[in-house]
Design a protein around this ligand. Structure first.
Ligand code: GLU
Length: 428
């Protein structure tokens, strides 16, 4: 459905396009176009002032043919059942493309977490687990952090699940704090994974990363470690990041043409991602409008915020210099914009490949929980790099062989694996 701004219709349109190319049977399509299970529920929480506030929660399990459902829980004021459906669907493709034995799921709560106290957040996430208890579990559905949720919240959720199960069950959730069943390297995993795929793309395009520049949208967990990786491991220059300013209720791009210092910017960013503008300006950064990032004359664009950011309008602002788009966010590009990017020949590293490093290390976290034996950070990072590099190269090989856009190639690889698992299990 070209022109749609509904995230789930976008995910379905991407799937339908490749389902046509693969000439998938209608039964198979029906199984994969929609989630297998959906939960929509009310979450009553006692607030600090003694009143009860009722939140809307969701958990969607898209497909578990390849293993337990896997995917984060997002706290966002604009969450809907359709955003969660789309994100759950993308998790199925994400786990399949990196070939980890997990399916796709996603959760959400309609809430701006910055409006809650620590105690309110704890009561909310514990209630979420109480309501979903029977349908979560290390062999059923394993949540993780996403936009608006944190390792601390995962720790509380693991504790609540363990209490209800009557036994310590760290494998029910990933992204837990280190020392509480969490894995070293999980915090950095998504952003670093983005950069492993960028490194491979630049290699393929025969570009020297040391001479390359990047513009990043966002300055949350993914954007921060993507910036660090692009600068410290590839030797490139990041000219800007962007963020949502809570006080001004507006987004800004924070620019330094000779290169931003992500560590400095992190030191002046609050827990909800707002950068201190005055301190940035004092240090020589220029504050520009929120969409300035997309107009930059850079080699690599990294949208690492929310869905739908590169659309029919904003795609027109992308500079002729841009050679690679690395989708750190889930669903940042609409099908309309995809069409234009393909025509322009920009090399696309699609979201569910580009940002799969997070769930890859989540999988390693579950493996370590099962073994009750923990790896060093170096071991985690080396294994993540290996997984991401081989996934990238499998998708690139498919794209070259079938002469298709990288997003379509990633779908081809992922869909084939999920269909195979459904066949082997006798579902279709
Ligand atoms: N929320 C992350 C994602 O979209 C990580 C999911 C996970 O670790 O399960 O990929």
């Amino acid at each position: 459905m070209a022109g749609t701004t509904n995230t789930f219709e976008m995910a379905q349109a991407q799937f339908d396009r490749v389902a046509d190319m693969l000439q998938l049977d209608s039964e198979v399509r029906e199984m994969l176009r929609w989630p297998l299970r959906e939960f929509s529920f009310r979450i009553p929480v006692r607030m600090d002032n003694g009143t009860i506030r009722v939140f809307q929660g969701f958990r969607v399990q898209h497909n578990d043919a390849r293993g337990p459902n896997k995917g984060g829980i997002r706290f966002h004021p604009a969450e809907t059942i359709d955003t969660v459906r789309a994100l759950a669907t993308w998790m199925t493709w994400k786990c399949a493309v990196v070939d980890i034995p997990l399916g796709g799921g996603k959760g959400g709560v309609i809430i701006d977490p910055a409006t809650l106290s620590i105690g309110e957040k704890e009561r909310l996430v514990r209630k979420y687990v109480q309501i979903m208890f029977k349908n979560l579990g290390p062999r059923q559905d394993v949540p993780a952090p996403d936009v608006g949720t944190t390792p601390q919240m995962m720790g509380w959720m693991m504790d609540e699940y363990s209490k209800l199960a009557g036994q310590f069950t760290p494998g029910v959730i990933t992204g837990k704090p280190v020392g509480n069943g969490g894995s070293l390297g999980r915090t950095e995993a998504t952003g670093f994974g983005v950069i492993y795929t960028v490194r491979e793309a630049l290699k393929h395009l025969q570009l020297d990363p040391k001479t390359c520049t990047a513009a990043i949208q966002g300055f949350g967990n993914v954007a921060q470690y993507a910036a660090i990786g692009f600068i410290e491991s590839l030797g490139g220059t990041v000219v800007c990041v962007s963020y949502w300013d809570r006080d001004d209720r507006a987004s800004y791009t924070v620019t330094k043409n000779d290169g931003i210092d992500p560590h400095f910017l992190m030191s002046i960013t609050d827990q909800y991602g707002s950068i201190n503008k005055a301190k940035a300006q004092e240090a020589g950064y220029v504050i520009e409008s929120g969409d300035a990032w997309i107009t930059k004359d850079v080699d690599v664009l990294i949208p690492a915020a929310l869905e739908g950011q590169i659309n029919a309008d904003s795609v027109q602002k992308i500079s002729q210099k841009v050679k690679v788009i690395a989708e750190g966010a889930n669903g940042p590009t609409t099908p309309d914009a995809d069409k234009i990017l393909t025509e322009r020949g920009i090399f696309m590293i699609p979201d569910f490949l580009c940002n799969a490093g997070g769930v890859t290390v989540s999988y390693f976290e579950g493996v370590q929980n099962d073994m009750n034996f923990y790896w060093t950070k170096e071991e985690v990072i080396a294994r993540e790099d290996e997984k991401m590099t081989s996934a990238f190269n499998a998708v690139l090989a498919m794209s070259l062989k079938e002469k298709v856009y990288m997003r379509d190639a990633a779908y081809m690889v992922a869909i084939a694996r999920v269909v195979k698992a459904m066949e082997l299990r006798g579902w279709i």
